[in-house]
Design a protein around this ligand. Structure first.
Ligand code: KG4
Ligand code: ZN
Length: 334
């Protein structure tokens, strides 16, 4: 049996990434060029700037991924590329590059959903055992997903407004912390006490949906009201209290789903998986409830092309290919 080498390409937001994954589980290379330093001064990702940077670097990043894997395009079985959701101009750069290579080399093209990619980052460290639940928390997404088998995704709940990472970034901004704010709040929270009673958005009794905009407003109001009184809330306590609210809701809803669906494996995915309080709470709860928790290393939690190649490998095996008229779809649903 010939090994399967998938070239993955990811350009949906502000990282330009290319990777080679062997047989869906072994990372031969995973080159990630982050634009975060460029976007920092604007306090967030500027879409047009992101697209231009992707255009400038994509061919070099793909070549670097091949070189590090000690392979050439002749060895590649198929090309997997993020087709959405994401910033349309940014997506188009990866999709166009993937189409060009697939056409030139006569190899299959596979359009991958970005969230499927985040979930399949887990398969790079652990074999998936079905049925399972995956909690996907990133700057653009907060989703609780049930998987019965490979390639099958049932969304149990999702955010109705801000994504978890987005809430972190907005609260960080109100505390005058630099972008991206998630890691900053995480760090600050460790120095503080969760002594401010911010709300928990449980929504309807049976709902697996999330909502973070009320919490974000509560934080902004608390800061504003203190300001009006000529006082200042300790930023570390605000961070700790905000984080306690986010983590409590994420963890409670996740484990309600784990027990309702009787799964034995729980996968964490997305950039907010880097959050130390969330990790800690999930580790403790999983141990209590006898569920296997899989948490990828940070480099695989944030946007990267190895996760796209991993998800693409399943589609490759299932013969789920894309035509050369593949387009980037900003609001693609799973
Ligand atoms: O998955 P990702 O790299 O990009 C998206 O697809 O959105 O996630 C980035 C998000 C940002 O909002 C960032 O603030 C958040 O993940 N993040 C964190 C932490 N590290 C990154 N949020 C909370 N705690 C962290 N330690
Ligand atoms: Zn992402």
């Amino acid at each position: 049996n010939k090994p399967c080498y998938i070239l993955g390409i990811e350009t949906s937001c502000d990282e330009t990434s290319a990777a080679i994954v062997k047989d869906g589980t072994v990372i031969l290379s995973n080159i990630v060029s982050s634009q975060v330093e460029i976007h920092k001064r604007f306090g967030g990702v500027v879409p047009e700037v992101a697209s231009r940077r992707h255009v400038e670097s994509i061919t070099y990043i793909v070549q670097e991924a091949l070189d590090e894997a000690k392979l050439t395009l002749d060895d590649i079985s198929a090309i997997a590329v993020t087709r959405g959701p994401g910033l349309v101009g940014a997506l188009l750069v990866g999709v166009s590059a993937a189409k060009a290579i697939a056409f030139a080399r006569g190899i299959p093209l596979i359009g991958v959903h970005h969230i499927a990619g985040h979930i399949y980052a887990n398969r790079l460290i652990k074999e998936m055992r079905f049925p399972l639940i995956s909690l996907v928390v990133s700057g653009g997404h907060t989703e609780l997903i049930y998987m019965r088998e490979h390639g099958s995704f049932e969304i149990l709940g999702q955010t109705r407004d801000d994504a978890a990472g987005e809430a972190y970034d907005k609260v960080a901004r109100s505390l005058n912390l630099p972008y991206p704010g998630g890691p900053q709040i995480d760090r600050l929270a460790h120095q503080g006490t969760a002594n401010i009673p911010f709300p928990r958005a449980w929504l309807e009794a049976n709902s697996y949906d999330f909502s973070f905009s009320g919490l974000k407003s509560a934080v902004l109001n608390a800061l504003h009201n203190a300001d009006q009184r000529g006082e200042q809330l300790a930023a570390e306590n605000v961070a700790a209290s905000f984080q306690a609210s986010v983590v409590e809701v994420l963890v409670e809803k996740t484990f309600r789903a784990v027990s309702e669906y009787g799964v034995s494996q729980l996968l964490l995915a997305g950039g907010v998986a880097a959050n130390s309080a969330l990790r800690q709470a999930l580790i403790e709860r999983s141990a209590q409830e006898g569920v296997e928790l899989v948490v990828p290393p940070l480099k695989l939690c944030t946007d990267n092309a190895a996760m796209i190649a991993a998800a693409g490998t399943i589609q490759y095996q299932q013969g789920d290919f894309s035509d050369l008229d593949l387009n980037g779809t900003p609001g693609l649903s799973l």
